[in-house]
Design a protein around this ligand. Structure first.
Ligand SMILES: NC(=O)c1ccc[n+]([C@@H]2O[C@H](COP(=O)([O-])OP(=O)(O)OC[C@H]3O[C@@H](n4cnc5c(N)ncnc54)[C@H](OP(=O)(O)O)[C@@H]3O)[C@@H](O)[C@H]2O)c1
Length: 273
């Protein structure tokens, strides 16, 4: 009866994790959301499936995460086999900015704001979440291999950045590169334990809740154009959350102790698209 906690379960990839994992009635799946009222689809799913439970927590609030962990412990008897750190601040504004553009536009204050917000949620938020659930993860590690997955991004890979000359989306990319290091630090700390830590990129996934504005579309097209020369066989189209999560769950299932600390794509390697 493995149990799973998925953060950012209100929509997009997080919601799809809950949907696919809860399809097996032997799994207990806890979806963490900031606001249950804004998670209509997840609430609907929990009405249909008794193995889906919803808890409210903000990854920037350790107190709310500890309260969520206490609720999970009540249901599971104090254990947790899988934690999926999926929640993130996916910055859309100034996505096209490179490092120099912030100065050219005299927006140095925004540079600081963007870095703070991205790192607060995407890096420190992952640490708060992992630490809040560690007692449960450690308790489960006595019986089976426990897995902590952090959803990262290919744009956090320095090799891809250099190959594609992709200088935009700086604070978000830097936050994903930083969280990959956090995953490696946890892996180093728990190398002798039965807990493995992995960063996995989900691919380019269409999680939009509305059609893009012309400006947003321009930025997405610029990203795709930058990536095409690196992946000439790629059709340039985002995949669906369903396709992405199927791939990622396959990588999670196959992951073993030798993989701990790795940063992998949804294909289980370094092919990001
Ligand atoms: N989509 C892609 O192409 C793509 C590519 C590479 C990597 N990723 C990564 O995949 C993951 C999911 O992406 P997505 O496209 O599904 O994102 P999304 O649609 O923007 O959803 C983000 C999720 O994170 C939650 N969240 C944001 N800030 C939070 C906070 N402070 N506390 C708790 N939850 C918070 C949101 O909750 P609310 O509903 O409350 O806002 C939402 O559930 C992210 O880690 C992202 O970086 C996505």
């Amino acid at each position: 009866m493995p149990s799973y906690v998925v953060t950012g379960a209100s929509r997009g990839i997080g919601l799809e994790f809950v949907r696919q994992l809860s399809a097996s009635s032997s799994n207990t799946v806890f979806g963490l959301v900031r606001n249950k009222g804004g998670a209509r689809e997840l609430v609907g799913l929990s009405g249909e499936r008794t193995n889906v439970r919803i808890l409210e927590a903000d990854v920037t609030s350790p107190a709310s995460l500890k309260a969520a962990a206490a609720e999970v412990a009540k249901v599971t008897g104090g254990t947790l086999e899988y934690l999926i750190n999926n929640a993130a601040y996916v910055q859309m504004e100034r996505r096209e900015y490179d490092l120099v553009k912030y100065a050219e536009e005299s927006e140095e204050d925004l540079l600081e704001k963007d870095f703070n917000e991205n790192f607060k949620v995407n890096v420190v938020g992952v640490i708060h979440t992992t630490n809040a659930f560690l007692p449960l993860l450690k308790a489960a590690a006595g019986k089976s291999l426990v897995k902590v997955i952090t959803v990262s991004s290919g744009v956090g890979d320095t090799g891809l950045t250099l190959a594609a000359h992709y200088s935009a989306h700086v604070p978000y990319s830097a936050s994903k590169a930083a969280v990959n290091m956090i995953v490696a630090k946890y892996a180093a700390q728990f190398a002798q334990d039965n807990i493995i830590f992995l960063a996995i990129s989900p691919g380019l996934v269409d999680t939009a809740t509305r059609p893009p504005t012309p400006e947003e579309l321009e930025k997405i097209v610029a990203f795709i154009e930058a990536m095409k020369p690196i992946y000439p066989d790629w059709d340039g189209k985002p995949i669906t959350p369903e396709q992405s999560v199927k791939h990622v769950l396959n990588v999670i299932e196959k992951a073993d102790r030798k993989d701990t600390g790795a940063f992998l794509s949804h294909f289980g390697n370094k092919k990001w698209l």
